[in-house]
Design a protein around this ligand. Structure first.
Ligand SMILES: [Zn+2]
Length: 214
């Protein structure tokens, strides 16, 4: 993947974000810190991520320190979260509500929620991420982006199903499930349905446990 190939699409995304008054942070390191407001006390450190779109502070961020083939699909993914925000996609808006449980804060042990709340936040989060990946797949098609559709679908399926493992072990990955070849290779080459990703097969759960947590 060469920068020239994706430049027109990146310009298109950036102008769209600016047109809608979103702030853009692009950093030349491997990770970018989530906006500081996500921390609610001094002991919390902002999470380091590959990219983010934050509806509350209207910020888009991407780390471009890794090879283009690593960060470009993430840029497309985060841009699709922005589109969800713009279209006022109900599940996305729900996650933004301050009184709605926060999956990341629970994962990091900063917050405790009832089983009922956890069930709901898990469902809504998976729905938002699934809808986002559906949009990415569509965007690859309409803008003829230089991303392998079948490989991307396998990686997206791995990412989406990972949420179930995160819920089970109350841990985020240290190794991205979508970078584990033995996992991706066994997954469908088209995007799985929302009901399929909510019930990962046993081999997937076992393999994630072995490969993705330190
Ligand atoms: Zn996402």
């Amino acid at each position: 993947m060469k920068y020239d190939e994706i430049k027109p699409f990146i310009n298109y995304c950036m102008s769209d974000l600016l047109k809608h008054k979103r702030a853009i942070s692009i950093v030349r390191s491997s990770f970018i810190a989530l906006p500081a407001y996500t921390c609610q006390s001094d002991i919390e450190k902002p999470l380091q991520v590959n990219g983010f779109y934050d509806g509350e502070t209207r910020q888009f961020g991407i780390a471009i320190g890794k090879p283009i083939k690593n960060w470009f699909p993430i840029l497309v993914h985060e841009y699709c979260h922005f589109l969800q925000d713009l279209e006022k996609f109900a599940p996305f808006k729900k996650l933004e509500c301050t009184n709605f449980p926060d999956f990341d804060r629970w994962i990091n042990g900063y917050e405790e929620y009832s089983d009922w709340d956890m069930k709901e936040v898990f469902q809504v989060t998976q729905e938002v991420e699934w809808d986002c990946e559906r949009r990415v797949m569509e965007m690859i098609e309409t803008h003829n982006l230089p991303i392998d559709r079948e490989q991307y679908a396998q990686e997206a399926n791995a990412y989406l199903m990972f949420y179930k493992a995160a819920l089970k072990h109350r841990k985020w990955y240290t190794k991205e499930p979508y970078r584990v070849k033995s996992i991706c290779n066994r997954l469908p080459k088209t995007l799985m349905s929302l009901s399929q990703i909510s019930k990962p097969p046993k081999w997937f759960m076992d393999s994630v446990k072995r490969n993705c947590f330190s």
